[in-house]
Design a protein around this ligand. Structure first.
Ligand code: ADP
Length: 398
């Protein structure tokens, strides 16, 4: 059916009535299907259900209009089609009610007034077409949604496979690498004096390269473990997280004479160890990418935002990056600075992103070259603030 051409089923036992209805409705972009008895109408409706309207004569031999309507109403596929009964103008209240119960939406009395018939048919057909449009839009939306769901499932599956691959590869690479490293070190130790300078230099390269490879493998392993064998979420006091991180980074904080200032942090709902990883990667980077021109100063803030979330920021006064790379650096293996100047694997921020996403939050950064960078991330707050650390304690520990 064309979207603007509605099908109408006209049922009357008298041919001349059918013809007159056809005449009144001609030229109005309707496609009329005629039936001369209730039974014939039902036969048509068994084959085609896309009628916008049924015009049904009440008095017909055998199966009258009411009985036909009742049978139509019993079918799931047909019961939505509106019915207008056409009847002689001798209708009692009882009969009117019977018709409505059988599914009539309206009546037209004989002799049929062409203006009234066209108006009533027009209104119902318009309603049908609007409905039809809505239904088809709904269906396309449903199909689109279904496709989206399928695609998401496929992507999740691919992601899981990649994670598994990264996990297995990095896990299994550890053993041969350990062997290589130990034998190289042994060679270096045993033959240092019998090898010339150039050979010793080559040996140094190998040792350094295997060290870098070890770091990459360990980071990859960490990355692929984020969604594996996890502990359930719990209340995580970020003040304790920060305390642990500052202890872990104690040497580089002291060496660089860094000043670290922090708000009293909230208790979030998450994974303690992953929060340590997240804070440690971000603060570790702030220390690593420090400027030579000034002493490092790292400021950590947090504030509550909408929907029970908390926004954290970690600001440094380091070398900064061009803002146009702000998205790129969260991709795995993406680095903007050479390894010999700033050691690293390019996996740290990808780990941060995965951790934040696992916690239902977002992570991003803003930066200015030679001025510094600020990393932001959001995390869900724990329903109850269970912090056991007082502000004084936190300040004293820094
Ligand atoms: P890595 O630190 O091992 O190189 P990351 O994934 O942690 O890997 O960081 C990716 C890159 O983003 C870094 O190599 C660096 O170029 C840039 N970067 C990250 N943090 C900072 C920062 N605080 N200041 C300037 N650049 C940064």
């Amino acid at each position: 059916m064309m979207a603007n051409e509605a099908k109408i089923l006209v049922v009357d036992d008298k041919k001349e009535n059918l013809l007159s209805l056809e005449l009144i409705l001609s030229g109005l972009n309707y496609s009329l299907v005629k039936a001369q008895s209730g039974r014939e109408a039902l036969k048509v409706l068994m084959k085609e259900q896309d009628f916008a309207l049924i015009l049904l004569d009440v008095y017909m031999p055998m199966l009258d209009g009411f009985e036909t309507a009742e049978l139509i109403r019993q079918s799931e596929k047909l019961k939505h089609i509106p019915i207008i009964f056409i009847t002689a103008n001798i209708f009692t209240q009882d009969n009117l009610f019977k018709g409505y119960k059988a599914g009539a939406v309206d009546y037209i009395f004989k002799p049929v007034d062409p203006v009234i018939l066209r108006a009533k048919v027009g209104a119902l057909v318009e309603l049908y077409l609007k409905n039809y449009e809505l239904i088809s839009q709904g269906q396309s939306l449903k199909i689109l949604n279904e496709r989206l769901k399928q695609r998401t499932e496929e992507l999740e599956k691919i992601n899981k496979e990649l994670e598994k691959f990264a996990y297995v590869a990095s896990h299994d690479l550890q053993e041969p690498l350990r062997t290589i490293t130990s034998y190289i070190q042994l060679l270096q130790y045993k033959f240092k004096d019998s090898l010339d300078d150039e050979a010793n230099e080559f040996m140094d390269f190998v040792v350094k390269a295997s060290g870098r490879m070890r770091n990459i493998i360990l980071d990859l392993l960490q990355y692929s473990r984020i969604n594996r064998d996890n502990k359930p979420f719990e209340a995580v006091d970020c003040n304790l997280v920060l305390k642990d991180v500052l202890e872990n980074l104690n040497n580089s904080i002291k060496d660089s004479k860094s000043v670290i200032i922090s708000d009293v942090l909230p208790v979030i709902y998450g994974d303690y160890l992953q929060m340590v990883q997240l804070f440690q990667n971000l603060i570790g980077n702030a220390l690593k990418f420090k400027s030579q021109e000034r002493e490092p100063r790292i400021v950590i803030t947090s504030r509550e935002t909408d929907g029970g979330f908390c926004l954290f920021s970690i600001e440094d006064n380091g070398i900064g990056i061009d803002q146009k790379y702000a998205g790129k650096i969260f991709e795995i293996f993406q680095r903007l600075h050479p390894v010999d100047e700033y050691p690293g694997t390019g996996i740290g921020l990808a780990i941060c992103m995965k951790i934040v996403e696992r916690h239902g939050g977002k992570i991003w950064m803003t930066s200015e070259v030679r001025k510094g960078s600020t990393f932001y991330f959001t995390a869900k707050m724990n329903a109850v603030d269970t912090s056991v650390v007082s502000k004084e304690e936190i300040l004293m520990s820094r």
